[in-house]
Design a protein around this ligand. Structure first.
Ligand code: NAD
Length: 264
């Protein structure tokens, strides 16, 4: 195969449907010659992701609940058996009780705080620990984050706290794994209408705000996140680790718009 990822084998985690950010990244990787394996969450998602995965000619798809260490072990055992080694992993997974993705952060419950941190933060570290063993020749590990980690966004609440911890973990993981030639990065994506995003209060308003106030004056697409992921996953990104690459139409650099700015 030709392409930026020709001869590379990668695991894509977090495909729920064709709106998933994982799908935008998977398509970009497949177009660039990567051989892909997928993990999905439970039987409910299996029916939806199976036909998608088939269009990319992938044969490995594994049910994996990242809150279960045994489930993660089984996933990586399958990959070890099928491939022996691995070049990259995309972790596009996050979860919180949607009742706490509205209203006030201060009312977050301890149980949901712990669950959100486990699934949305610790799972990436757990994945990196297992992937490292399959990357004797180096590799690239990528997770997805959001601006709500850096600044307060409406309703993002406990998820913002979790993404801040995820971004910090990317830096520590980059240091731990760097000497083995394994790079660890995040993409901070602008708001995109997906299943996970539909759980966030006033999400349409957040999208509209981003559209009106970002330098590019629009939202980004799954495909654009896919293109940025190619940089980090391929040799193009060989000098980059511990990075948080914003793919958000530039929204994160804006403090305030001029009153007479065009298009607002
Ligand atoms: P999505 O709903 O398509 O994907 C979320 C995935 O997480 C699903 O596939 C779901 O099955 C998986 N998941 C949740 N709990 C899991 C568990 N216990 N075990 C295994 N898988 C589990 O939504 P998405 O927007 O594509 O989300 C992907 C990532 O991108 C998330 O980390 C999200 O926070 C992040 N992100 C999304 C946006 C956005 O606006 N959509 C912006 C920035 C970052």
């Amino acid at each position: 195969a030709n392409g930026l990822l020709a001869g590379k084998r990668g695991l894509i985690m977090g495909l729920a449907n064709d709106k998933s950010i994982a799908w935008g990244i998977a398509k970009a990787c497949a177009e660039q010659g990567a051989e892909l394996a997928f993990s999905y969450q439970g039987d409910l998602f299996k029916k939806r992701v199976e036909p998608l995965i088939a269009t990319l000619g992938s044969s490995i798809m594994v049910d994996c609940d990242v809150s279960s260490p045994a489930s993660l072990d089984a996933l990586f055992a399958t990959l070890a058996e099928a491939w022996g080694s691995l070049d990259f992993v995309v972790h596009a997974i996050g979860f919180s009780d949607k009742n706490e993705l509205r209203g006030r952060y201060v009312e977050t419950t301890p149980a949901n705080f712990a669950m959100t941190m486990d699934i949305s933060v610790y799972s990436f570290t757990a994945v990196c620990a297992r992937a490292e063993k399959l990357m004797p020749n180096g590799g690239s590990l990528l997770t997805l984050t959001y601006y709500g980690a850096e600044k307060v966004m409406p309703h993002y609440n406990v998820m913002g706290v979790a993404k801040a911890a995820l971004e910090a973990s990317v830096k520590y993981l980059a240091e731990d794994l760097g000497k083995d030639g394994i790079r660890v990065n995040a993409i901070s994506a602008g708001p995109i209408k997906t299943l996970a995003a539909s759980g966030i209060g006033d999400f349409r308003y957040i999208m509209k705000w981003n559209e009106l106030n970002s330098p590019l004056r629009r939202n980004v697409t799954q495909e654009e996140v896919g293109k940025a992921a190619l940089f980090l996953l391929s040799d193009l990104g060989s000098g980059t680790t511990g990075e948080n690459l914003h793919v958000d139409a530039g929204y994160h650099v804006v403090g305030m718009k001029a009153v007479d700015a065009p298009d607002i």
